[in-house]
Design a protein around this ligand. Structure first.
Ligand SMILES: Cc1cc2nc3c(=O)[nH]c(=O)nc-3n(C[C@H](O)[C@H](O)[C@H](O)COP(=O)(O)OP(=O)(O)OC[C@H]3O[C@@H](n4cnc5c(N)ncnc54)[C@H](O)[C@@H]3O)c2cc1C
Length: 436
């Protein structure tokens, strides 16, 4: 009788999980059955979300349907949200899948596994501040980016109508909380959007009508970047009109603005919360896996859970401390990519009776894009032989290379290159702003 194929279930088809399914399926063809479980039907790479939110990018051009990707690369896709992991029976249980009206499309499901790879990302950290979940918007997935863009466009239309009707002082105040990459990049994209709106038919909309305030609780923006780069970014943001305030802690979010630690009330029509990610608090009820303080799954340097070595966790949902490194591997796309590359080696080693290798994180640096205004950052390690600040076209190229790497890992070299060319043509053929 033919031996049963081993089952690898990957939960989460994001920056880490989607490329992983392709590589697992290629490497273990004929011996293992790979299944991807994701709550959505398609993937959009997260670092593009601020561009989608500001209308600078059409998400339809960038999204990858899981069903088609699975058919192309020989794995299964199952749509559903992880509800529970039964480690004793080695099954993952998915929640019932509902349609838009709340009717059940698919009942609760059990998927058996021999290996389980958790790659379900993280959620925005609300820091326990009152009003955040009720009144602020987040940028965690495509639906939220689309929602932000719709609200932004509606607000711009209102201001335009008011100005055309003679109310020259009508403004659109926007507060962005969190001076990390998301907050900084979104601020610059919004300024670019504000400057473009007039040519898209909003004749009354002066760029100054959009008042962007970027609030950061710490002493400086972008803690992951060098001091010199941060000074440059801060100066550049101020230069294009963003009101950057550091050492400013938000203590409450209301429907019409935020309150800061010193009691100031800053009005806002739109509030974007971007103070970093944490593990999904729901993960506690899903399993008995050991979690960090921020609800990330604690893994050995091999990426196997410290509770169960048949379960691996990668990307933003993993808490991975490595020998000789201060603090856990950061929640970044480059880390997610590298962790995904490591997983097949761990599975192959364990199945061959060898000791699984430790994951090695290579920090290639951090880069931020200031929309059409500039790109800056630092390259580190192997690329630059140290820590080197870069800017301009070189930084732009390095910034874009992260996306190229993701596309190549998801589609392979030939298809990936074709996809990148198609995207470029698609972008060139369409209007620069997506106003719908
Ligand atoms: C606006 C923005 C800009 C960023 N810019 C950069 C950057 O420039 N450089 C950089 O290195 N990093 C950047 N990041 C961080 C980077 O995007 C993340 O570190 C990376 O996406 C993490 O990958 P992941 O696979 O762990 O999670 P994700 O990419 O978030 O994927 C998680 C997947 O799991 C699915 N999922 C979630 N919960 C469940 C569930 N219960 N059941 C089933 N499926 C589930 C989701 O649908 C999703 O498909 C940025 C993030 C944001 C939001």
């Amino acid at each position: 009788m033919a031996e049963r194929r081993k089952r690898i279930v990957v939960v989460g088809g994001g920056a880490a999980g989607l490329g992983l399914c392709r590589s697992l399926s290629k490497r273990f063809r004929g011996t293992h059955e790979v299944t991807l479980v994701d709550r959505n039907r398609s993937h959009v790479w997260k670092p593009l979300l601020h561009e989608i939110a500001a209308g600078a990018l059409d998400p339809n051009l960038e999204e990858i349907g899981y069903g088609g990707h699975a058919a192309r690369w020989g794995y299964r896709f199952f749509q559903g949200a992880l509800e529970r992991i039964d480690r004793e029976k080695r099954v993952v249980v998915t929640e019932p899948l509902l349609d838009e009206d709340g009717d059940v499309l698919l009942d609760r499901h059990e998927l058996p596994y021999d290996w389980l790879v958790l790659a379900f990302g993280g959620v925005s950290n609300d820091l326990g501040i009152p009003g955040v979940n009720e009144h602020a918007l987040f940028l965690e997935h495509r639906v939220q980016a689309d929602r932000f863009r719709q609200k932004l466009l509606n607000a711009c239309l209102r201001v335009n109508a008011a100005r055309v009707a003679g109310q020259g002082d009508a403004t659109l105040p926007i507060v962005i909380v969190g001076g990390g990459a998301t907050g900084v990049e979104l601020s610059a994209e919004l300024v670019h959007a504000a400057r473009s709106l007039r040519s898209y038919g909003l004749e009354g909309f002066e760029a100054e009508a959009m008042r962007i305030t970027l609030l950061e609780a710490g002493p400086r923006l972008l803690p992951a970047l060098g001091e010199d780069v941060v000074e440059k970014v801060t100066a550049e943001l101020r230069d294009i009109g963003v009101d950057v305030r550091t050492d400013t802690k938000v203590t409450e979010v209301r429907s019409d603005g935020v309150t800061t630690g010193d009691g100031e009330e800053i009005p806002a029509k739109l509030i974007l919360w971007a103070t970093g990610v944490r593990g999904d608090p729901g993960v506690e009820s899903m399993s008995d896996l050991e979690l960090s303080k921020l609800d990330r799954i604690v893994v050995h340097p091999t990426l196997q859970s410290v509770t169960d070595d048949r379960i691996l966790a990668i990307g933003d949902c993993a808490h991975c401390e490595l020998p000789g490194r201060d603090g856990p591997v950061p929640p970044r796309a480059q880390a997610a990519n590298q962790m995904a590359d490591h997983v097949p080696d761990v599975i192959a080693a364990v199945e061959a009776g060898r000791t699984p290798p430790n994951f090695v994180y290579r920090d290639y640096g951090a880069l931020v894009s200031l929309s059409h205004f500039d790109a800056v950052g630092t390259l580190m390690g192997n690329i630059a032989g140290g820590r080197v600040a870069i800017e301009g076209w070189l930084a732009r190229m390095a910034y874009n290379s992260l996306y190229r790497l993701h596309i190549l890992s998801v589609h392979g070299k030939i298809r990936g290159t074709a996809q990148l060319i198609a995207n470029r043509i698609g972008r060139a053929a369409r209007p620069r702003m997506k106003l719908h």
